[in-house]
Design a protein around this ligand. Sequence first.
Ligand SMILES: Nc1nc2c(c(=O)[nH]1)N[C@H]1C(S)=C(S)[C@@H](COP(=O)(O)O)O[C@H]1N2
Ligand SMILES: [Mo]
Length: 215
Amino acid sequence: MGSDRSVTRDTAPRAPHRLPPGQRHVHGWPVSHYGPVPRFRPERWNLRVFGATADGNERTWTLDELTVLPRVTVVADLHCATGTTSTDHEWFGIAGTTFLDLAPPAPEVTHVMAWAEYGYTANLRLGDLTAPETLLATHHNGELLTAEHGFPLRLVVPHLYGYKGPKWLRAVEYLTEDRRGFWEERGHHNIGDPWTEQRYAHTEQENHGQGADTP
Ligand SMILES: Nc1nc2c(c(=O)[nH]1)N[C@H]1C(S)=C(S)[C@@H](COP(=O)(O)O)O[C@H]1N2
Ligand SMILES: [Mo]
């Protein structure tokens, strides 16, 4: 990793360690997701961008092609919308902005859908993907991601609840209008800002973030 252009950005406020409202700290790093852990098949794996790309074409990358891209380090906490926060994760991977530069969206794109194995999805505002702390992570605390935490690629969006960061990321779809993802369709908030407790869809009217989030 030494030859990569690494930038450390620490989004976790240090002293005192601040947690979003209604969250409790958990030690270590629990595993939580819906469904089974997918098996990685290198010969079949790729990362795909589709939808409203600038040139109208889809694009795919193999894992080898992704791992030669410039990468960054981000230290951040992980807030699950069920109320647990695990702290001080050191992520390493491809910045969201680097990904956007490689695969520019059409000017009308406002949102993206992040797709994982088995059809898990999370919708994000385009600005969530280009936020300075967002990355497509390949490593955690200096090691490759483990299978249960998302190997080989995981989207990390530290400023939103954990459900907005798919493990086992396989595609990014550019959207010209918002569309709800897996948990967003199942009662979770469309934006998912932990600092204003956007856990549940029923609070969307009274408690919405910036942007056109209300369907
Ligand atoms: N593909 C996929 N990614 C997922 C999930 C999932 O069910 N499937 N769950 C999300 C939720 S709700 C959380 S809190 C985090 C948990 O990450 P961890 O298991 O690494 O702690 O993964 C997120 N990414
Ligand atoms: Mo979660």
